[in-house]
Design a protein around this ligand. Structure first.
Ligand SMILES: Cc1cc2nc3c(=O)[nH]c(=O)nc-3n(C[C@H](O)[C@H](O)[C@H](O)COP(=O)(O)OP(=O)(O)OC[C@H]3O[C@@H](n4cnc5c(N)ncnc54)[C@H](O)[C@@H]3O)c2cc1C
Length: 498
């Protein structure tokens, strides 16, 4: 039987959708197969009491004309559908260290001057910090839309240093060190492991400009899906891929739990690599490789409280509020369960372009899978009373802690909902509800830098485990995957045209 499709993509997360867009635009007959009713993976939203909540895409950066994400959005025809609201350019992030507040401002000079007001003696160090993170981000060709003649996506020498080594080389001022890693949860950084390039890409990305997405991140998914369909691509939902069927040399088809058998010439998995490997039975994928992937550490998960405020009760906060009780922010991962939560990120949601009062917010903090492991064999909505009590107790602690920084806010909450790492595991199939997938580790550069290629020549990977996570990381990862089909420089040329 001839293959039905040129490319079968498993999963409709950002990675799957961007690959679907690029390949269908370039004439490939594409189908995307998604297990959930709703497409988008981390771009999914949900509604409670009339309010829409984001689940995994709260703010984005580098969206001014000429900046990198703006170029990608133009290429992907997203600018027409996505409305943005700028965060406060003089303080898009507020870093609260036991109540002492510091601000990240947009624009390199503004960032330096704003932090130098708090650290006047360290002005030159802050300057050097900005210079170095820019240099690291500039060393990545795709980040700068440069055509390249080899496959070096990131210069090997910048994978070698860890974030903490880099920060310590910049300044010995402990408070400034903490402030410079103040939005650590954006990459779930781990001391002595997380490579500096992850920190540098993310900091450089948001320092240039920072925006909330008006009305919810699902608009990114629906815009990409509409474009894919307009190019002749198909997207099917509520079909969970159970097997990637292979003959002795190639992948030939996917089989869903619901009974669909879809044949293709090429396959791309947007699913976590370990889960992808579990779906393959082929002598080409050796057991030792599956075991190696299985034993890689994944980034930490999170607990989130989705809050609806009473009408006109809470003034809109146009800054993301990062709170820490630790003396050393690298301790954030090793929180004491008795004292939890010792850190959190509080973000108001933007429902319309001009906001006076917040309608809703999200309060989010690290949570290890071990904290919810006793319910690991349960599914959404059927985890039992003890789990509901666990979530309720955590939510109460969390809101009380928030109230210390925002006195009286707890009285303005009309309704809340919660999620745990189990929620993410079940909605996106990421390993143990990990936020950003496999943890990049400077000590294991080869093992934790996952290739888009697999041992099966017509099966590729995409998504946040390729390149890095986040909107920029995943879009670049998708370009790297699609380069296998149409060539990296052809894609880069096409981006330049838009
Ligand atoms: C809490 C949180 C907050 C975040 N905030 C931001 C932010 O503000 N800004 C930012 O840039 N990034 C943010 N990120 C990161 C960003 O959302 C992710 O890196 C990115 O969306 C991941 O995209 P992906 O394509 O790799 O995979 P995913 O979004 O995980 O999608 C994978 C898809 O595959 C589907 N799937 C899985 N198994 C199967 C199967 N067997 N068959 C069919 N389909 C399957 C899933 O249902 C899902 O739709 C956040 C992440 C989290 C968790």
């Amino acid at each position: 039987m001839g293959a039905q499709y040129d490319v079968v993509i498993i999963g409709s997360g950002l990675g799957g959708l961007v690959c679907g867009y690029i390949l269908s635009k370039n004439g490939y007959k594409v189908i995307i197969v998604e297990k959930n009713h709703q497409i988008g993976g981390c771009l999914q939203t949900f509604k409670r009491k009339g309010v829409k909540f984001d689940t995994g895409m709260h703010y984005i950066g580098s969206m001014q004309p000429g900046q990198i994400l703006h170029s990608f959005f133009s290429y992907l025809n997203l600018n027409k559908d996505v409305t943005l609201s700028p965060l406060d350019p003089n303080g898009f992030e507020t870093i609260s260290l036991q109540g002492r507040k510091y601000y990240y401002a947009n624009g390199y000079e503004n960032f330096i001057e704003t932090l130098a007001k708090s650290f006047p003696k360290n002005r030159e160090e802050i300057k050097e910090y900005v210079k170095q993170i820019r240099a690291i981000a500039d060393a990545s060709p795709i980040n700068n839309l440069q055509e390249i003649n080899n496959h070096i996506i990131i210069e090997p020498n910048i994978i070698k240093a860890t974030v903490n080594e880099f920060i310590e080389s910049i300044t010995s001022n402990k408070e400034l060190q903490n402030v410079l890693i103040g939005n650590l949860p954006l990459y779930a950084g781990v001391k002595d492991k997380t490579p500096i390039y992850i920190h540098a890409f993310i900091k450089n990305f948001y320092i240039q400009s920072a925006y909330r997405i008006v009305g919810g991140s699902d608009v990114i998914a629906s815009s990409l899906a509409n474009s894919i369909r307009s190019f002749g691509g198909e997207i099917i939902t509520s079909q969970e891929v159970d097997k990637i069927i292979c003959d002795s040399t190639h992948a030939t088809a996917i089989q869903t739990k619901e009974g669909e058998l879809i044949t293709g010439k090429f396959f791309i998995s947007n699913v976590h690599p370990e889960i992808t490997m579990e779906k393959i039975e082929s002598p080409l994928i050796r057991k030792i490789y599956k075991e190696r992937i299985k034993h890689l550490e994944n980034s930490i998960g999170n607990f989130t409280v989705y809050i609806k405020f009473k009408p006109d009760s809470v003034p809109y906060l146009n800054s993301n509020f990062y709170f820490y009780e630790f003396d050393d922010l690298w301790e954030t991962n090793n929180y004491n369960p008795e004292k939890w939560p010792q850190s959190y990120l509080f973000m108001h949601q933007c429902n319309q372009k001009e906001m006076t009062f917040a309608e809703s917010a999200e309060l989010s903090g690290y949570m290890k899978f071990d904290d919810v492991r006793e319910w690991e064999n349960t599914t959404v909505g059927k985890r039992g009373e003890a789990y509901l009590q666990f979530k309720e107790e955590k939510a109460e602690r969390f809101i009380k802690k928030l109230n210390d920084s925002f006195p009286g806010i707890m009285n303005n909450i009309e309704y809340y909902e919660t999620s745990t790492p189990l929620t993410y595991r079940d909605y996106t199939a990421t390993k143990e509800g990990s936020m950003y997938g496999i943890l990049r580790d400077t000590n294991l550069p080869v093992q934790t830098y996952i290739s888009q290629r697999t041992k099966i020549p017509n099966l590729f990977l995409t998504g946040q485990n390729i390149n890095t996570h986040g909107i920029l990381g995943v879009m670049i990862g998708s370009i790297i995957t699609c380069a296998e089909f149409i060539g990296l420089n052809n894609i880069i040329k096409d981006i330049h045209i838009h």
